[in-house]
Design a protein. Sequence first.
Lengths: 84, 84, 735, 228
Amino acid sequence: MFKATIYVNYKPSVLDPKAEVIKKTLGRLGQTNVASVLVGKYFELTLSADSKEAAEQQVDRICDEMLANVNMESYRYDVAAVTA
Amino acid sequence: MFKATIYVNYKPSVLDPKAEVIKKTLGRLGQTNVASVLVGKYFELTLSADSKEAAEQQVDRICDEMLANVNMESYRYDVAAVTA
Amino acid sequence: MLQTEMSPETIRVKKPYLDWGLTEAEYDRYAELLGRLPNYTEIGLASGMWSEHCAYKFSKPVLKGFWTKNDRVLMGPGEGAGVIDIGEGKAVVFKAESHNHPSAVEPYEGAATGVGGIIRDIFSIGAKPIAVLDSLAFGSPTDPRTKQLIDQVVAGIGGYGNAIGIPTVGGEIRFADSYAKNPLVNAMCVGVMDKAKIQKGKAAGVGNALIYVGAKTGRDGINGASFASAEFSDEAAADRSAVQVGDPFMEKLLMDACLEVTDRHQAALVGMQDMGAAGLVSSTVEMADKSDSGMVLDLDLIPQREPHMTPFEIMLSESQERMMLCVRAGSEDQIIALFKEYDLDAVVCGHVEAGHRYRLLHHGEVVCDVPVSALTSDAPVYHQASQQPARLAHPAADFVPAVPDALATLKQLLADPNVADKAFLYQRYDAQVQTNTCVTPGSDAGVVRVRGTHRALAMTTDSNGRYLYLDPEVGGAITVAEATRNLVVSGAEPLGITDCLNYGDPTKPEIFYELAESAKGITAATKVFNTPVISGNVSLYNETNGVAIYPTPMIGMVGLIEDLTTITTQDFKQVGEGVYVIGATGADFNGSLLQQVLTGGVAGTLMPLDLAAEKAKQDLVLQAIRAHLVSAAHDVADGGLLVALAEMSFGRGIGLKATVDLPAAQLFSETQGRFILTVPAAHQAAFEAMAGAAATHIGTTEAGTLKVTATDQTIEAPVAALKQINMEGLSCQLK
Amino acid sequence: MKAAVLSFPGSNCDADLLWAIRDICGEEAEMVAANHTDLSGFDLVLVPGGFSYGDYLRSGAIAKFAPVMTALKAFADAGGYVIGICNGFQILTEAGLLPGALQWNQSLQFICEPEPLVVANNQTAFSTAYRADQTITLPIAHGEGNYYADPATLAALEANGQVVFRYAHNPNGSLNDIAGVTNARGNVLGMMPHPERAVEALLGGTDGLGVFQSLIHATKGATTVAAN
Ligand SMILES: Nc1ncnc2c1ncn2[C@@H]1O[C@H](COP(=O)(O)OP(=O)(O)O)[C@@H](O)[C@H]1O
Ligand SMILES: [Mg+2]
């Protein structure tokens, strides 16, 4: 079995309203020392595959086609073997 | 400066319709080898602080009060020093 | 990880049931009904079924007094929702439900699952849900916790209703300190159906199958709120959560599938019930009870989300989006296939049996074997002591407000969160999906057309804890009257009501008094207005640190508009129209918003309500609207006459010039039974002939300015400036 | 003219759209479920608003995998007229039939209100019934309607006249106030506002009729439509 940990977040050029709100709220609460906020999604998939490469290939496709919208988001992932 | 990476996800007993739909869809697309799906949020904050401990303390509070809904979500984080 | 199941004898000694809300006397009664000591599962079932929520053990004697039947009522209280005939072969189905405690703990999901639950009640009858309304009450909006509560509750209601595709067309948001720690979140759903297809929650016919459909059963909400809060305080259990999460997508599929069953598979279907409080046990045992049947369920067949669930957990889980069907033997496959088409779990999990036992099997063992009646009709009912609260025995002297500057007072009231514009909140609800909404939130009632007829339904929710705090009986009647007013001014004839009775701890005689007296007032009013109570819900123990909320019955009411061309809204439509007031104005300030704003509370003897006079006025308003004489209509409520006139001017920025034979202070009086109508010049003679002395002509609509001359002051201001104040009153506070 | 209204699991404006095109506009129309694989015989495909599959991941992200989407791509590639409204717009961008993406409204809140729009291009198959620069009012009802496209895409949209509707008072943060865009070929439109909610005076206005009338004329091959 393999476990894939996947991170999806907006591309830097996209203004993220969620991150803006968090930053603003922190500011309002006096926590002005927080310089930047990034909000993303992460996913953990466990999957069976013949090899790490095969798992990575499948995970890449799932990210590209489903978990991220590549028009505005980018993704990265780690795949590691785990004992089932 | 410190960088905090924060992970928030549902506690195990909470129903996550997001994960259910993703898993079902993958199944429908024939990717039945995906055994489990977990969906979470992640955040990256950069903040200035006098010490790593101080940064951790602040991050913990931010998680507890803002980023996670502790009724149903749990969180974990790593804080590391970075050059500004 | 889980509680090890105690033996019946250990249960008797250790009394774990005390934590689940049962008393020792109740335990003894249950053991007597069983003729032996209950086991762990059996006592668990009783704790759910004997709760106030399922058994109405404190409120039943009060609810019995409600007037529930007239010639239009097709089904009164007792089923998932009540049903009223609306003609042309159609019926309207509606009910309201409170989710106060879940929303206080987890506002988004609490509110969302409140909406999800009430929607299931409607489609369990076979009706297509056509509208949702929400009645909310909070503490001061300046409190940071309250701001967050409001945001999350509104998000949760919208999150569910928008996604499932049922418009939220009305509701209310009220503010008083008494709700600060105990917000009220009441949701109402309205559905429409062919009256020939009314469905009941029955499980009759030996050998017929029980089919479980929808979401899997998880460990959420087990044994209701008490279990949940016990867990939250327990740090050791921090990675377990009992919060129920709503899945509106699942419910949309479930709704469509169930409606297809009631529409097209009537012959196969015996009964259907949603799983609400006390989940599986309450749905199944009530179905058995209503049909005088016995029943057996095999818990191994119940779809489960988590491994190793105990019978106790499976039976008392309050996982959302689940339904129970009773289907004729031989038709199971046909029904299961239908649900499979919607990609939903559907499994036969038990059968109707001869006799009157309720039996559960788990891993091949009988884990429960009790008489059905032990969980239903034999549940205890308590006749509580009732005692008038001290504050009512010696009311304060009448409140006489000083209003040196009526314009300033008007501005103050327009900015008060109770009156302030709530559009920025209800715009987070989809009010138009299904494309039948004729009047969206913002007028006195939401109006939804009934496709396939020439009719529309008007609907509203109303509550006014301030009034009930001063006089529960009169306040109860006023709440009903206020709801009827909101319908009548929209052009509708009131049909009937649903309610959520929100009170404190009923074992306190003063609280029980409030409950019982307000029910009396509600009953008196429903008889006069011909609006029977067809469904409802009770929420007790709304207290913080021993202090109860204002007694707050929420009245949800639906009315019928027989002709779409008579739908009326509150906005002034054109300049140059006559403005009329129906109903005299007195000096009624006790319990008024003005008293609340000026003194920070309410006191004194509540103004009276003359039900017969009120009915006559409402009939006149409706008659005039149906005769197409009226261009706008609005009732006078919170804040009095001047506030009502200002509200009418905001929609299109059209003001008025009027003269009233009253001192300026009385422009803020809350004398009951008043209406404002506008009448186009061409119809004024006809209207005056119809109304006679009942209507007073006070002035004419005018462009841009509101000008009212009282006997001692003239109030004049640009409509736009007043509107701005009204729009910012709440929205700025919540930023 | 025969129109298909697609229906995905969880769709909730599909019936509204069918009502608008069939009962109000009087055209032949049918609901087509998401698991169908054939759109032959239809002259127009309408992709409804609301939600699909709960939209828990991203709006439209799951719907794009429905079997009917393959048929829809083929239909669009062959030049057939396709309109996606609200969630339909989101689905079409997710599926790559339209450029750009829709992210959360700037307020992070769902917004339901009548919204004034300016007809930015009345020379498309979807807008000939409107005057150039006409202001119309259509309801919006969405949480994720904030239109985003990278700068190059945006420039191309503007240069080709693919922007059909713009918000008069941008409610959600959309770039260039975009409320509706077509593909480069001009046969696929996505728009966040709901024209199907504005086809009856009883329900508050008829400004949405123009979208359907334009399409009906386009599919019937009428050359020009009288401006109203
Ligand atoms: N929570 C809410 N949800 C939907 N509509 C609301 C809500 N709160 C207020 N409204 C709408 O705002 C308008 C004014 O509300 P309210 O002052 O309570 O009316 P009334 O006094 O006529 O009962 C009504 O149209 C009502 O439906
Ligand atoms: Mg009113």
